[in-house]
Design a protein around this ligand. Structure first.
Ligand SMILES: [Zn+2]
Length: 391
C-alpha cells in the first residue's frame, strides 16, 4: 500500500452526515482532507481550500462517511468461492461500502480446522487483505474460527502476529457456552474482538446458538442478532437486548422482522448506539452489493428511524464499537466517503425523506483515503444530481 498524499477539497456539499448519533447532521458545505485524513470541515468561506490536488464539486448532494459492513465472509482477493463470484467487493463499493469486517474466512475451500492450520490461515488472510485492497476497499480480515483444543497461548500468538478479530463462534467445533466464554476472554485479554453466530444453522454443518450460549460467551458483538438466516424466538432476542450491553448486529441475510424487533427494543432501552449493520455476504443467500443501503432504507422506512440516524448504524456506531479510524466525520479520521443523492423519480422531497420512505439513494461517488475510487454507481438507482471531479 502506498501512503496517500495531497490535498482533497470537496465543495458544495448539500448535506453533511456525521456518522454520530448525537448529531447526525453537521453544519457546513465543504470538507478538506490532507494526505488521506480529514483536516477540516464546515463552511467553505471559513476553510483553506487553496491549492487542492483533487477538487470535487459535490453539486449539492449528501456526503456521509463511507459505509462499514460489519459482517462479511471474504476469502481471497475479490473472489467468493461460495457463489463462484468475482468482483463482489468492487460491486459492494458501488453500494457505498468502503470498509468491510470479516466474521471468518469460512468459505475457503479446504479450510484448515487443526489448530496450527487455522492460525496460519488467519494470519495469512490478515496479510493478504492488508497488502491488497480490492478496488481500494479496506477489508479487515484474518478472523479465525475457533476450535476445541485451543489454549491461551494460541490467542497470544495470533494477537502478536497481527490478528484482531475472531470469526463467528459456532461455525467451528466450539458451540458450548463454557468453552466459548473461556476463549473469548483469552481473545479479549490480547486485544482480539469476538463475535458469535446467533440463531439457527446457516447451512448444513453450522449449528444452533441460542441466547444462553450468546450471553455466556459474552462476545463483543452479538453477531446477526436477527439470525443468519434463522432468527431466535422473539423472547430470546428481547432478552439479548435487555441482558447485556454488547453490540447488536443486524444483517441483511437475517430475518427482517427480527431486525425490527431488535431495533424497537434497543430504542425502548435508549441504546441505539449498540446497533451496527452487516450483510453476512457472501453466503448461502449470495452477495448483496447494496445490502447495507437496503438495511438503512428498511430500518428507516419500517422502523420509523430518521434516515440520518439510520446512516449512523452503518458508520459511526460501527466505528466506535470497533475502534476504527474511519466512519466518522472528525478531524484525523480517514477520508473515506460516499456521496449520494435522492434516486431519480423516488418519492420524498429530498434524500432523507426518500430513504425514510424505504427507497435506496443513488450513489454518485466513493472516496477512500482521500482518493476517488468510483464515480456514478453502476448498481444503485441513478441519483438526481451527481458530484463532479474537477481535477
Ligand atoms: Zn453466521
Amino acid at each position: 500500500m502506498t501512503k496517500p498524499t495531497g490535498k482533497l477539497v470537496i465543495k458544495n456539499i448539500g448535506l453533511l452526515l456525521s456518522g454520530k448519533l448525537e448529531q447526525p447532521i453537521l453544519d457546513g458545505d465543504c470538507l478538506v482532507a490532507i494526505d488521506g485524513l480529514i483536516s477540516a470541515f464546515g463552511h467553505e468561506a471559513n476553510l483553506d481550500t487553496e491549492n487542492a490536488d483533487t477538487l470535487i464539486d459535490a453539486g449539492g448532494v449528501a456526503l456521509s462517511p463511507g459505509l462499514i459492513d460489519s459482517h462479511v465472509h471474504p476469502v481471497v482477493g475479490d473472489y467468493a468461492p461460495r457463489q463462484q463470484q468475482l468482483h463482489w467487493i468492487d460491486s459492494t463499493l458501488n453500494g457505498g461500502v468502503t470498509t468491510m469486517i470479516s466474521a471468518g474466512e469460512v468459505h475457503m475451500p479446504g479450510r484448515p480446522k487443526d489448530i496450527v492450520g487455522l492460525k496460519a490461515m488467519a494470519i495469512a488472510s490478515q496479510r493478504w487483505y492488508e497488502n491488497f485492497r480490492p478496488s481500494g476497499v479496506k477489508v479487515l480480515a484474518g478472523a479465525p474460527v475457533i476450535e476445541h483444543g485451543m489454549v491461551e497461548q494460541d490467542f497470544k500468538e495470533l494477537a502478536d502476529a497481527g490478528v484482531t478479530l475472531l470469526g463467528e463462534i459456532g461455525l467451528g467445533s466450539v458451540k458450548d457456552g463454557p468453552t466459548a466464554a473461556k476463549m473469548v476472554q483469552w481473545a479479549r485479554k490480547y486485544g482480539i474482538q469476538s463475535t458469535i453466530h446467533t440463531g439457527g444453522p446457516s447451512i448444513p454443518g453450522s449449528g444452533l446458538i441460542d441466547k444462553d450460549i450468546v450471553l455466556e460467551a459474552d462476545t463483543d458483538v452479538i453477531g446477526h442478532v436477527n439470525g443468519g438466516h434463522s432468527a431466535l424466538p422473539d423472547d430470546q432476542i428481547v432478552c439479548l437486548c435487555e441482558s447485556c450491553q454488547r453490540s447488536l448486529e443486524i444483517v441483511h441475510n437475517g430475518n427482517e422482522r427480527a431486525a425490527l424487533l431488535t431495533l424497537n427494543t434497543a430504542r425502548e432501552l435508549e441504546q441505539l448506539e449498540r446497533i451496527i449493520l452487516g450483510t453476512d455476504g457472501p453466503a448461502g443467500s449470495g452477495v448483496q452489493p447494496l445490502g447495507i443501503l437496503r438495511m438503512i432504507a428498511m430500518l428507516s422506512g419500517l422502523g420509523n428511524i430518521p434516515a440520518e440516524t439510520a446512516f449512523c448504524f452503518a458508520t459511526g456506531n460501527t466505528s466506535r464499537m470497533r475502534k476504527l479510524d474511519t466512519g466518522l466525520i472528525e478531524e484525523g479520521y480517514c477520508a473515506d466517503f460516499v456521496l449520494m443523492d435522492q434516486a431519480q423519480h423516488s418519492p420524498g422531497k429530498d434524500l432523507l425523506e426518500s430513504v425514510g420512505q424505504g427507497n435506496l439513494p443513488g450513489v454518485g461517488m466513493t472516496i477512500i483515503d482521500g482518493v476517488v475510487r468510483t464515480l456514478r454507481s453502476r448498481n444503485t438507482p441513478p441519483a438526481k444530481r451527481l458530484p463532479a471531479l474537477l481535477g
